[in-house]
Ligand binder design. Sequence first.
Ligand code: NAP
Ligand code: GDD
Length: 338
Amino acid sequence: MPKKIALITGISGQDGAYLAKFLLKKNYIVIGTDRRSARSNNWRLIELKIDEKVITVDLDVTEINNLIRIFQKYQIDEVYNLAAQSFVKSSFENPIQTSIVNAITPLSFLEIIRCQKRKIKFYQASTSEMFGKHMVKKQNENTNFYPQSPYATSKTFAHYSIRNYREAYKIFAVSGILFNHESPLRGEEFITRKITIGLAKIMLGKQNKIKLGNIYAKRDWGFAGDYVEAMWKMLQTKKPKDYVIATGQNHSVKEFINEATKILKLKTIWVGKGLNEKLINTDNKKIIIEIDKKYFRPTEVDSLKGDYSKAKKELNWKPKTKFKNLVRMMVEADLERN
Ligand code: NAP
Ligand code: GDD
């Protein structure tokens, strides 16, 4: 049997790297789009030792002509559209660019696939951020969307476009509604990595303190390595459907910090309230964490917790990594790297 060919947009990102490794193990030929610009950003592929095993195509996904050319050059079987302006906070400052990448690019892909004779399966990276200001304890595939940021509205546009093209043109296109997933390869701007890299540097005397925003926000945090398997499984089903991928548990940012300091055996105490809340190192009385207004968002998603029972039943998927192990994995990797 000839090898299947997968196209991953955003292969230089956290999920792109883990998915590439997963698909290579499944014997796929992996092509990844990477807008290398002036800097080299394939450190994740290097860490996973797969930088020389994937074919990278240099392009910005907003250039539709370049996308068309990839389909002319390669006989692609599966597309995983992971490229995005994925940082929610930035989307408030760059709403238009965010929407072009996150909303219009998926639509461009759907249009291109609609015009191909070859049957191409398409995975779209949807997100739990679409639930935003929801009214339910656990969110599943039937929960209403109430997006709270330009990032979430752009992803909701893409999500509905997938469903529309699936129904209108019978394209095998699915959306994975993934809740937050982290790893040692997570971008440093996201809260979990900001905490683990910050604490590692403080321990090693390379940083004084960490400044954070809303530490009472709760997220359903899983391990990215577990979640990429669900992406692949969604494209192997008979009927294309959307699935929630989550752990079913959530924790506040503060709980994440407490778990990380416990792993590092740091003796700490929380003092103060609101903007004056601080985490103090009780051994040397130094401030480790303080609150800065700058990191609050104009509209926040207070709490997310996913119900992944449909994925469990129909995809035979469940998360393998527990919260405590995830935090440990990230803390230890950052200690080692720094
Ligand atoms: P990430 O680490 O931020 O990676 C995003 C990737 O998109 C990077 O490779 C980035 O390239 C690329 N990209 C951005 N704009 C591009 C453009 N105009 N042209 C080409 N490439 C572009 O994100 P992630 O955590 O791996 O997430 C993957 C996808 O899942 C994203 O769509 C995200 O919105 C979605 N998602 C993530 C989570 C999560 O918790 N991680 C949850 C739900 C959904 P550069 O390296 O050049 O910036
Ligand atoms: N990044 C960051 N930095 N977040 C902070 C900070 C800070 O200094 N202080 C508090 N937070 C809070 C945010 O306000 C948010 O409530 C929570 O920590 C998580 O923030 P992020 O790690 O930036 O992730 P996110 O939940 O906004 O978005 C991530 O998950 C989505 C899935 O639900 C991203 O990966 C999105 O791309 C993804 O779709």
